[in-house]
Design a protein around this ligand. Structure first.
Ligand code: 4AD
Ligand code: MG
Length: 462
């Protein structure tokens, strides 16, 4: 077995005074008369480890030839460092070059590259400070999400990625097919879907909600956390065609209970991330958004504002602000409206409830006014909508009305309707966009830089 101490532990002083074996990639190298200094990183922490290679050693020449990006195994003594910037350093005794990297062709140089350039280097960008930090923050946040629900006795379930139902009833889905696009089977003049793999059209899921509802109506408190897909042609800094969604679904819960859960959830996962990743968050705060940390700290302390959609419209109309999109009762809130409310008007997260039924999904519970539904969106500064959810329509007749109002094929929702005929209960749930949440927490401008392999219209590397 190859022995290895992670650089994170080395820098914490574990094994100080003794011999350690470290392995990683060279970030930079510089030389003085007597020694070479290698900064190496293994991803366990943002910080690099300084390795000192004495000129008198047989390995010195090899160390001098190392370029950025090469990989090494170093055995040496872990000593307190007299230099600035680190408490410990390793004085090398032996070194193996595991893989060289030609300095003339290695794409990542010492200078800071643009995020756009790094997107084209998706196979190497995890080696940069930014994407290393991003990977660790994503990891902590995903763990925090599971922890939040597990601590509360929610059951983690896995919704299918391939589905034959359209959860949002909104259309924009990717078709999954094994039919030959050049020579599809034809019956009565149209493509014969019966010949397709599943014997009918199938799609990548846009949401695991409907499956989560099935389980909530048996196990009470459940959540999904997995990939979802949207084929909308949205080329914005907040949209991906493939993203991860967290979807809790709670039986015996109304809209107020759901709003409470959403607020508690966001506060806890942000606090958890700050506690787990202080260095990485400090990095984002320093290089990308100097309000990143204070924003998350404030969220943990503040209480979220609650507004009905109708109140939100009144505020927007009375604001004197000139918006690109019209503000009128019955029209959906655009990103600019959401951001005005949460950034300028309120200055902290806002939960907007009770939207007009025409602009929300068919499954949302109708309010007694007959005009609005028990919907909820959580808006945060810079991003706008981060959570969308609702109390679900548990009354069969009114659900059927919603399906018809949205011109959906009621036959294909037979089981969803039947759930309302067999032991229906009030229930509610929401969806949190994972990448938007990471984007918000880190202060990154573009959602393409908070996921390893972004998929957007006309773009999918690897
Ligand atoms: O508001 P949405 O569309 O809600 C649903 O899908 C519900 N079925 C959720 C539920 O009630 N269980 O999406 C939920 C969240 C949004 O608030 C947003 O954060 C994120 O998913 N989201 C996207 N994130 C990145 N790229 C996209 N194209 C997104 N579309 C939605
Ligand atoms: Mg939404």
């Amino acid at each position: 077995m190859m022995r290895r101490t992670k650089i994170k532990d080395v820098l914490a002083g574990a094994e100080a005074g003794g011999e350690v074996v470290v392995q990683g990639w060279v970030k930079t190298r510089r030389s003085s008369k007597a020694v070479s200094f290698l900064q190496i990183n293994d991803g366990s922490t943002l910080k690099d480890l300084q390795v000192v290679v004495d000129r008198g050693l047989p390995i010195h020449e090899a160390a001098e030839s190392l370029g950025t990006g090469s990989s090494v195994r170093v055995t040496g003594d872990l000593m307190e460092s007299p230099g600035k910037g680190q408490t410990y350093e390793v004085h090398a005794k032996t070194m193996d070059v595991l893989g060289g990297a030609d300095p003339d062709s290695y794409p990542l140089q010492k200078k800071r590259h643009s995020l756009e350039f790094l997107r084209e280097m998706a196979y190497l960008r995890p080696r940069t400070n930014t994407f290393g930090a991003m990977a660790r923050v994503r990891n902590a946040m995903a763990f925090g999400i599971h922890k939040f629900f597990q601590d509360r006795g929610f059951l983690f379930l896995q919704a299918p990625m391939i589905t034959t139902s359209d959860a949002e009833g909104a259309g924009a889905m990717f078709r999954v097919t094994t039919l030959d696009m050049n020579k599809p089977p034809v019956k009565d003049g149209v493509v014969d879907d019966g010949e397709d793999f599943f014997g009918k059209p199938a799609y990548l899921t846009v949401s695991g909600q409907l499956e989560a509802e099935i389980f909530a109506l048996a196990l009470s408190d459940v959540y999904t956390f997995g990939p979802t897909f949207r084929a909308e042609n949205s080329n914005t800094s907040r949209h991906l065609a493939e993203f991860w969604m967290v979807e809790p679904e709670v039986a015996f819960c109304d809209l107020d209970g759901l709003a409470e859960l959403a607020e508690e959830f966001l506060k806890e996962i942000f606090s958890f991330t700050l506690a787990q990743c202080p260095e990485d968050m400090a990095f984002f705060d320093r290089f990308y958004d100097d309000t990143a940390i204070s924003t998350l700290e404030d969220i943990a302390k503040s209480s979220f504002e609650r507004l009905t959609y109708t109140e939100a419209i009144d505020i927007l109309r009375g604001s004197g602000e000139s918006f690109e999109f019209p503000v009128e009762w019955g029209l959906d809130l655009q990103s600019e409206h959401e951001r005005f409310l949460t950034e300028k008007k309120i200055g902290r997260p806002v939960i907007v409830t009770d939207y007009p039924k025409e602009i929300k999904a068919f499954y949302m519970r109708q309010n007694d006014d007959g005009k609005t539904v028990a919907a909820l969106d959580v808006l945060v500064p810079r991003i706008g909508e981060i959570i969308g959810g609702s109390q679900r329509e548990e009354r069969r007749e009114l659900l059927l009305e919603g399906i018809r109002r949205h011109d959906l094929d009621e036959a294909s929702y037979w089981w969803y309707l039947d759930l309302r005929s067999y032991g229906t209960v009030p229930h509610a749930g929401f969806g949190l966009g994972f990448e938007r949440t990471v984007q918000f927490a880190t202060g990154m401008q573009n959602i393409r830089d908070v996921t390893a392999f972004p998929r957007t219209p006309k773009s999918a590397e690897f």
